[in-house]
Ligand binder design. Structure first.
Ligand code: HEM
Length: 287
């Protein structure tokens, strides 16, 4: 069984190439002559231009040009498409629903704000606080991790996903599927099943993800399917959590969020990813 969407897709995972991104591999070309020298100059220029930058695109530009001295634009295009399609809309959608949940559950918002303040540096500067959110600080934020996961359980960025059978197969429950059949699974529906999540399945309760010491307790990805499961599980999962935790920690540490119109109902828009229809209108007040 393979992912239906993967066939012929150019959104493959970023590949690691030999000698990628290292300054030493670029400078080792300096003895080349003729066309080789031109390539090396180009590579050196790219290293100088992008080497001092920390953003993701610059790192990929460095990584793709160091082998040949040229930027591999097709590879770069695939990476960017990959990140935009797989990484941007999913993360942005998850954060929008997370902020909606924060407005609906101010007590959770307060707990996260406190957890963030405790994990990061005690400072009134947003920049200094952001800088203090190291890997170690992020790992301390179990409650925030749980709240993000609880959001994705109820509002999975990919509410419906499909697979195409490459050969006849039998599912674990004994159901036979034939070559070419399309099988759907629905993280949105699965995340709300009482059979899986108990009678309060519909309730937003980050505590369900925490053990008695308050530490995050992961579930099987075959039960919590927001990132898919098995060999094709989302490659950017950890990256996504890191991004979302930094964004949420900084925002909630410094601002109180409320719905602009407390009585307006928020609905989803049916697309590949789960959008909030008409966007989310919030009021942010500095703490
Ligand atoms: C909340 C955020 C995210 C969610 C909920 C999510 C969810 C998913 C899901 C359900 C799939 C499986 C799609 C399928 O094959 O049918 C997937 C695949 C993938 N995701 Fe994510 N994703 C998120 C963020 C990211 C980010 C930030 C990146 C990269 C920077 C990323 C990279 C990928 C890649 C490369 C795949 C394809 C893996 C493969 O086919 O082997 N994702 N993601």
């Amino acid at each position: 069984m393979r992912s239906g969407r993967c066939r012929g897709s150019s959104t493959s995972a970023p590949r690691r190439r030999s000698g990628t991104g290292s300054r030493s591999s670029t400078s080792s070309c300096t003895s080349a002559s003729g066309p080789g020298r031109t390539r090396c100059r180009t590579a050196t220029r790219h290293t100088t231009l992008y080497g001092s930058k920390d953003d993701l695109l610059s790192r990929f530009i460095l990584a793709t040009n160091s082998d040949t001295g040229k930027v591999d634009y097709k590879y770069l295009r695939d990476i960017i498409l990959n990140i935009v399609m797989a990484g941007k809309d999913t993360t942005a959608g998850a954060l929008a629903w997370f902020l909606y949940m924060m407005c609906k559950h101010p007590e959770v918002q307060e707990k996260i704000s406190k957890e963030a303040a405790d994990a990061g540096e005690a400072t009134s500067s947003i920049d200094d606080f952001s800088r203090s959110l190291t890997e170690e600080a992020l790992n301390k934020m179990h409650y925030l991790h749980a709240a993000l996961t609880e959001t994705l359980r109820l509002y999975p960025s990919l509410p419906l996903d499909n697979k195409e059978c490459f050969s006849d197969d039998v599912l674990p429950n004994g159901f036979s599927v034939g070559k070419g059949d399309i099988v759907f699974y629905a993280p949105y529906a699965m995340g709300r099943m009482e059979r899986l999540w108990s009678e309060d399945a519909i309730a937003f309760r980050p505590e369900r993800w925490l053990d008695e010491r308050g530490e995050f307790l992961p579930e099987s990805p075959f039960k919590f399917t927001a990132f898919q499961a098995g060999p094709r599980i989302c490659l950017g999962k950890e990256f996504a959590y890191r991004q979302m935790k930094i964004f949420a920690a900084v925002l909630l540490r410094f601002f109180v969020l409320e719905l602009h119109d407390k009585y307006a109902s928020v609905n989803y828009r049916t697309m590949i990813t789960l959008y909030i229809d008409q966007g989310l209108h919030l009021t942010a007040t500095a703490r």
